[in-house]
Design a protein around this ligand. Structure first.
Ligand SMILES: [Zn+2]
Ligand SMILES: [Zn+2]
Length: 206
């Protein structure tokens, strides 16, 4: 009976960890500002291989390792830190605040692991600013010759005129004035920061 309960608890903890990873990791990755949409232009999944120079690929691999490290340390560290702080508070309450200091400083460790996680995510975000090459999830492929077209699309801002006409303007410099071909009204394009993330960009083959 005891062995069964132990196996059940281990299995439950494992499943909980998996759920947490599947839910938290993509949110952390997307919370870092991306210079270009990080998602697959075809299926919307995260993690499309890019036409990136070798140094960006190296930074990406390092970023994945650092992110994995920081992420695991943060997820595993939260319960440990909560426990340590509880012990520290109890020690301080019992009248020995000096002895409680190391335990009360435990959240600083979480700050370090959190910073590592964000640094890794930022490195991955930079890699994702290069044009897409292939998606392992939906098998979408984008040839080398489409790189310039992708960058032009990513760097432009799509917005609607008051008359409903969809307009496209270069994102740099921000706030460029464009004239609507339908109603003739002239207006400033919104800045790149206000742009929606996903860019429809067709894949050449499956
Ligand atoms: Zn895809
Ligand atoms: Zn218009």
């Amino acid at each position: 009976m005891g062995a069964f309960l132990q196996a059940l608890v281990t299995k439950l903890a494992e499943e909980l960890m998996k759920l947490l990873l599947g839910w938290l990791a993509p949110r952390v990755l997307r919370s870092v500002p991306h210079p270009a949409p990080p998602d697959c232009p075809r299926c919307g999944g995260y993690g499309v291989a890019r036409w990136a120079p070798r140094r960006a690929t190296t930074v990406f691999v390092l970023g994945v390792i650092v992110f994995g490290w920081g992420f695991t340390a943060t997820v595993l560290g939260v319960p440990v830190v909560v426990l340590l702080v509880a012990v520290g508070v109890r020690t301080a309450w019992a009248g020995d605040p000096a002895a409680a200091l190391p335990a009360l400083a435990a959240p600083l460790g979480l700050a370090v692991s959190g910073a590592l996680m964000l640094a890794g995510a930022a490195a991955m975000a930079w890699y994702h600013s290069f044009p897409p090459r292939l998606c392992r999830r939906c098998h979408g492929r984008w040839p080398r010759r489409d790189r310039a077209e992708y960058l032009r699309m990513v760097r432009s801002v799509v917005f609607a005129c008051r008359c409903g006409q969809r307009l496209r303007a270069p994102g740099r410099p921000p706030g460029v004035r464009v004239r609507c071909p339908r109603c003739g009204a002239e207006q400033a394009a919104p800045t790149v920061a206000a742009r929606v993330t996903r860019v429809p960009f067709r894949s050449r083959k499956r």
